[in-house]
Ligand binder design. Structure first.
Ligand SMILES: CCCCC/C=C/C(=O)SCCNC(=O)CCNC(=O)[C@H](O)C(C)(C)COP(=O)(O)OP(=O)(O)OC[C@H]1O[C@@H](n2cnc3c(N)ncnc32)[C@H](O)[C@@H]1OP(=O)(O)O
Length: 263
């Protein structure tokens, strides 16, 4: 089941890339264009996502840049999933760091404008894109680390939860959590499951029923994030942590993850 999830998530979107006509030097699909530095390459794969890949380390940094708050619109989610799929198909890429280009905000969650006054067809497409984003991240065969450099409510929190490890800026003004209840909506079961897998049953129950948004220190206490660091160290710490994870022999860091190995 675990392997199935990994593989189905990995290949579910490959048809979309093929339709976009993006091909690679491996005979598969192209990840990124070459850059001037010999050991690195980098490309802005879309208007809302910047992907910087370091060939020498196998680490890619995926930076969300969808002002004003990195809300997860249909366009954004589509670009996000395509960017992640390109990295998944790049044999040289072993780890992805997810972060934000915007000051004070990681992601404001689902784009509220996508959910009101839209046709059922549009809502269906939007919801499918939300699920694809989650499947891509949660089922990734790469190590994924969220470098949370700002607030991250609701769907933004889900994105972070879908990563293997979460490092947050230790700014007490930043908040994170699945606060859907406070918005008058119920988080879908797979939002809940992702939270339970991270913080455990009781903390997840309280968190979801009360729609709690945690300050960065409280998020660390409850296990919602794994590490707090000064704001200007979030990305560098994520890189160091990734290097440590990638040094685990074989694919053991992925294979030892209970969400993957026990299902
Ligand atoms: C149908 C079932 C769905 C179940 C699951 C749902 C999951 C979700 O993710 S629902 C979305 C939940 N997200 C939120 O409720 C976040 C709301 N936003 C905020 O809390 C704050 O905006 C902030 C903490 C993210 C940032 O605060 P601040 O820096 O003070 O910025 P502003 O509040 O002034 O916002 C700037 C600008 O951005 C617009 N905006 C904020 N959030 C969203 C969003 N989620 N979608 C679309 N647009 C958003 C906000 O309206 C402002 O716009 P302007 O007034 O035009 O400047």
């Amino acid at each position: 089941m675990a392997t199935l999830l990994k593989h189905s998530a990995k290949y579910a979107l490959s048809g979309r890339l093929a339709r976009l006509g993006v091909h690679s030097r491996h005979g598969g699909l192209q990840c990124l264009q070459p850059r001037l530095l010999p050991h690195q390459r980098s490309a802005s794969t879309s208007s809302k996502i910047l992907v910087e890949m370091d060939d020498s380390t196998g680490i890619a940094v995926l930076t969300m840049k969808n002002p004003p708050v990195n809300s997860l619109s249909l366009d954004f989610l589509t670009e996000f999933s395509i960017s992640l799929e390109k990295l998944e198909l790049d044999r040289g890429c072993r780890g992805v760091i997810l972060t934000s280009a915007l000051p004070k905000i990681f992601s404001a969650g689902l784009d509220i404008m996508e959910m009101y006054g839209k046709s059922p067809e549009h809502c269906g497409e939007f919801w499918k894109a939300v699920q694809e984003m989650w499947l891509r991240l949660y089922g990734s065969s790469m190590i994924t680390i969220a470098a949370i450099n700002g607030s991250s409510p609701a769907g933004g929190c889900l994105m972070a939860l879908a990563c293997d490890y979460r490092i947050m800026a230790e700014n007490p003004k930043y908040s994170i959590g699945l606060n859907e209840t406070q918005l008058g909506i119920v988080a879908p079961f797979w939002f809940k499951d992702t939270l339970v897998n991270t913080v455990g049953n009781r903390a997840a129950e309280l968190s979801l029923q009360l729609g709690l948004l945690y300050s960065a220190p409280d998020a660390l206490r409850t296990g919602l994030v794994d590490l707090l660091v000064p704001e200007d160290k979030v990305l560098s710490t994520a890189s160091q942590t990734m290097t440590q994870w990638l040094a685990i022999p074989g694919e053991n860091a992925i294979g030892s993850n209970p969400r993957v190995s026990s299902s």
